[in-house]
Design a protein around this ligand. Sequence first.
Ligand code: YRO
Length: 309
Amino acid sequence: MDLGVDFLGHSIKNPLMNASGCWCDNKDLLDDLLQSEAGTFVTKSATSEYREGNPKPRYIEVPLGSINSMGLPNLGIDFYLNYSLEFQNNHPDDINFLSIAGMCMEDNLSMVKKIEQSEFKGITELNLSCPNVPGKPQIGYDFEATERILEEVFSLTKKKIGVKLPPYFDFAHFDAVSEILNKFPLSYVNCINSLGNGLYIEDDTVSIRPKDGFGGIGGAYVKPTALANVRAFYLRLNQDIAIIGCGGVESGKDMYEHILCGAHLVQVGTQLMKEGPQVFARILQEFNELVKSKGYESLKDLRGALKSM
Ligand code: YRO
């Protein structure tokens, strides 16, 4: 089957890519993604300046997934923007995603301005798990702050912007967030970021050093939550807002389920960290066999086609 996707007018050779934060924080890792079978890629969430991030160990793999409290280690917006500009010069028909997660509103707005003033033709992903005022939850869980940041961002740029959302668990929250997102000319939403502040214990001890062991959960643990969020937003958002699915994708079947729920593109995080960039070729092959056996002739027929009982 032809796995090409038309994503907001850009043609992408297949729907698979990395999840932000995974295999994308420096030039060598990003170059590995370019060499892989992934259809496109997203860079590590950037801040205005370089950040060392939290003390290690800050990421561990566990049998059913991963836990992390990386603390936003990144090379700063200039590096990821320059990498993206060089990429588009060398691959004029392709696009990539540039993720930003400012440490405060000003930080986000100055990065958006910088991107606006550049020749960047790809899509900016605003990570709504970025810090809010101390004592408040992350922006994505503070609906007034979510609306405020989107108002500010869209007042500064005409370029394409998507948002990375944390997982939501309540229909009232799906409704409230969708109502806000539908007010803006958003390109897409990406569901989901890691499931916040889990705790993994080994030998009576927490398994990562920062934050007394609390960290974001990824992998098989989060797939049902990820699929629910993809589906919930697919059913509520304006038709012209695309969906990226992220969470628990280890196999062609997982990728298939995300698209069935409404995803246009599908991201691989924990499994990419476990297996390396060869993961994309394997999942794509498994996906291809599965859609063929199910009798689908195009991705368009599959997308959103989840059946009710
Ligand atoms: O710790 C991280 O850098 C991190 N880990 C995640 O699983 N998701 C994220 O969005 C981030 C970066 C943003 C933040 C959680 C550190 C505020």
